[in-house]
Structures are given as C-alpha cells and as structure tokens.
Design a binder for this molecule. Structure first.
Ligand code: HEC
Length: 162
C-alpha cells in the first residue's frame, strides 16, 4: 500500500513536471519552422524591395520619366501596404502607426508631383520620404541603415530616361 502511494506520488510529480516543461517550451518557443507553402517574407526582405524602388524612383523622377516614376511610387505604396498586412509588428510592437505617419504624406506628395510633372515638388517629397525611412530606422536601433539619394543607378539593365 505504502509503495503504491509512493508510486502514484512519483508519477504525479513527473506528470506535473513534464506539463510545466511543455509550458516553458511554448513560452520560449522560437517562431515555427518555415513552411515553403506559406512563405511570408520578413520585414527586412520587404524593406529590400522598398529600397530598390526608392533607388529607381530617384532616376526616373530626375530624368522626368513620369510614367516610370509613377510606377515606382505605386510600388513603394504597395510595399508599405504589404508590410502593414504581412509584418505589422516588429519585435513585438506595432509598426503600423509609424509606417503611416512617416510615409503617407511624402507618398501623397510624390503622387502629386509625378502627376503634375513637378520636379521641384518631386525632389522635396523624395527627400522627406527618405527622412521618414531614416527616422524609423533610428527609432528601431537601426540608425546605421541610412537611406540617401542614390548617386548612380544600382540596376543598369533598365533605362531611366524616357
Ligand atoms: C516603420 C518603420 C520603418 C520605416 C518607415 C522604414 N523602415 Fe526600413 N527598416 C525598418 C526596420 C525595423 C528594419 C530592420 C528589419 C530587419 O532586419 O528585420 C528595416 C530595414 C531596412 C533595410 C535593410 C534591409 C536589408 O536587407 O538590407 C533597408 C534597405 C530599408 N529598411 C529601407 C527602407 C526604405 C528605403 C524606407 C523608406 C522608403 C524604409 N526602410 C522605411 C523599419 C522601417
């Protein structure tokens, strides 16, 4: 009888222990393994796509290739919209508000500039979008990722002049 009680106690302790281990495991759980059928690009990947269009936009706008500049502005807008849907949080905190706050107005001005073929407004809005990129990077301890006006096109297999 005594032995049986002891046995039950030992089993109970083991069950509780393993349950709490399972819980601890889930609390410190890493993100689930990547599923090739459900691939969601990371924020850094989405940012890389934004960087490409940000670079192309500069040359298109400066060479007054307004259809191409319109395309790049749209692509940046879509990129930001994708981030809001796919990666709304970064390190546990929402980035949605900051994304909107820092990009909506410059993107609206850029749309106005390309539509009105207004080079002066284009440059002004471009620089304010760029500043928005950097404000957020600084805010997230990525102050070393500094976006600027490009000095030469990264993609030379595409023509930027109209
Ligand atoms: C709301 C905040 C926010 C805004 C606005 C923002 N970024 Fe980022 N960006 C981040 C964060 C956070 C990272 C780091 C992501 C990571 O590495 O997981 C990042 C990383 C990057 C990187 C590094 C990715 C790489 O692969 O090298 C580039 C480039 C970049 N951003 C470009 C831009 C550009 C261009 C803009 C503006 C058009 C912009 N970002 C606007 C938050 C922001």
């Amino acid at each position: 009888m005594f032995r049986q009680n002891r046995m039950i106690r030992v089993i109970t302790v083991l069950v509780i222990l393993s349950l709490s281990l399972v819980q601890m495991g889930s609390a410190t759980a890493q993100p689930p393994p990547k599923d090739p059928n459900n691939y969601v690009p990371g924020l850094g990947d989405l940012m890389g796509a934004l960087q490409v269009q940000h670079g192309k936009l500069w040359f298109a706008g400066n060479l007054q290739n307004w259809p191409l500049a319109t395309y790049a502005v749209d692509a940046i807008k879509e990129g930001v919209a994708d981030m809001i849907v796919l990666r709304p949080r970064y390190k546990g905190e929402s980035i949605v508000e900051m994304l909107n706050l820092l990009t909506a107005k410059p993107l609206q001005d850029l749309e106005e500039a390309v539509e009105g073929k207004d080079s002066e407004l284009f440059i002004q809005a471009y620089d304010s979008l760029t500043e928005g990129c950097n404000v957020c990077h600084r805010n997230h301890d990525y102050g070393f990722i500094i976006i600027q006006r490009p000095t030469a096109p990264a993609w030379t297999n595409q023509r930027y002049r109209p």
